[in-house]
Design a protein around this ligand. Structure first.
Ligand code: FMN
Length: 359
């Protein structure tokens, strides 16, 4: 495919980041993004939770909040797309500007606060996607959250599972975005057990014979003790998998002060090592029993492979797409194949967690 991104990038970077994102969504919706011609590669295929992932590279939540561009994103070569975060009722999110990029360090800070069209709009868009026959190859996850004004989180999560649960291949319970007050407090034993009980009950009622797996997405800013407590709680709660990690509240000193002083969650290259460490910790603490989707500062195949060796079964990207464009997806997949061949692995699943077994 001829890569137009190097030509488009200077224009997009002259625009405010959120405007550039809106234009990108428009272009994707218009069908102007050509379909990547990729032949399925058995080295990269995996079945997890009974779902067949054609390759391990997914689009992370937040890019397609309203499930508007799932088809075009899958056609770009992603093995899976996670739409959302959706909340039951539409909300505006925080005041603009609320996304900031730093080109030198390939970093993004956002304090979006879940702007989205709400469950009804999301459902209509999902129905439209699902009506296409044949459906583009790839898996679709739904990332759900609570409205800013909700005092009883379980009400919003269960309402979304009742309304949308049957439409997704998997469901992500997002309890880690830093921009919704109180959301990260759900990352604690008591609140999480209570929430998961309600979520599983709603799933059993709404999804019948084919209940989608429930994944929980965590922040990278948890102490070692908190991580240990959560690892045990997540297994006890019957969670099916983890997404590690969301954005960080950290602000490394080397980032320029005008950028680092922006409130919100930091993503991109400054997050790479921190999220890999969290993946490694949870893989060890859960003894590899919970499949992990690794996300945070992946910008090339080597960084994706590090996360897989640390314990991730799949990976996701967001910020690096801003800096590198859509060719990133094919580059990571091709690079992963080369790395697997070098290490003499037949399939991506052979590499998962190998950093724990090798000295
Ligand atoms: C602008 C922006 C919006 C985001 N919105 C969401 C969101 O709605 N839900 C969510 O779970 N994560 C959201 N994220 C976090 C990403 O899904 C991802 O976990 C994080 O950015 C780390 O990956 P990256 O370094 O590849 O960007 C958002 C990230 C960015 C940059």
């Amino acid at each position: 495919m001829f890569d137009l991104y190097p030509i488009a990038r200077p224009f997009l970077f002259k625009m405010a980041p959120e405007k550039a994102h809106e234009l990108t969504l428009k272009i994707m919706k218009s069908g102007l993004v050509p379909k990547v011609k990729s032949t399925p590669n058995p080295m990269l295929e995996q079945t997890l939770w009974g779902l067949k992932f054609p390759n391990p590279v997914g689009l992370s939540a937040g890019f397609d909040k309203n499930a508007e561009v799932i088809g075009p994103a899958l056609n770009m070569g992603f093995g899976f797309v996670e739409a959302g975060t959706v909340t039951p009722r539409p909300q505006e999110g925080n005041l603009r500007p609320r996304i900031f990029r730093n080109v030198q360090h390939e970093a993004v800070i956002n304090r979006m606060g879940f702007p989205n069209g709400g469950g009804k709009v999301f459902k209509a868009n999902m129905a439209k996607f699902l009506s296409h026959s044949p459906r583009p190859a790839g898996i679709v996850g739904l990332n759900i959250g609570m409205n800013k004004t909700q005092k009883d989180p379980a009400k919003d999560y269960t309402a979304l599972i009742r309304g949308l649960g049957a439409m997704g291949d998997y469901i992500t319970i997002n309890i880690s975005s830093p921009n919704t007050p109180g959301l990260r407090d759900l990352q604690a034993r008591g609140p999480l057990l209570e929430l998961m009980d309600a979520v599983k009950e709603a799933r059993a009622k709404a999804c019948g014979a084919h209940p989608p797996p429930i994944l929980v997405k965590l922040a990278p800013d948890l102490t070692a003790e908190k991580q240990q407590e959560l690892a045990e709680t997540l297994i006890e709660a019957g969670v099916d998998g983890l997404i590690l990690t969301n954005t960080t509240l950290d602000r490394p000193e080397y980032l320029p002060s005008t950028f680092r002083s922006q409130p919100g969650g930091l993503s991109g290259q400054p997050l790479t090592q921190k999220s890999t460490k969290v993946i490694s910790n949870f893989y060890r603490m859960t003894e590899g029993k919970l499949p992990i989707i690794g996300v945070g500062g992946i910008s090339n195949a080597a960084q994706a492979y590090e996360k897989i060796k640390a314990g991730a079964s799949l990976v996701q990207v967001y910020s690096a797409l801003v800096f590198k464009g859509p060719s990133l997806v094919q580059d990571i997949n091709a690079g992963l194949c080369d790395l697997l061949k070098t290490d003499k692995y037949d399939n991506i699943s052979d590499a998962i967690g190998t950093a724990h077994t090798k000295k």
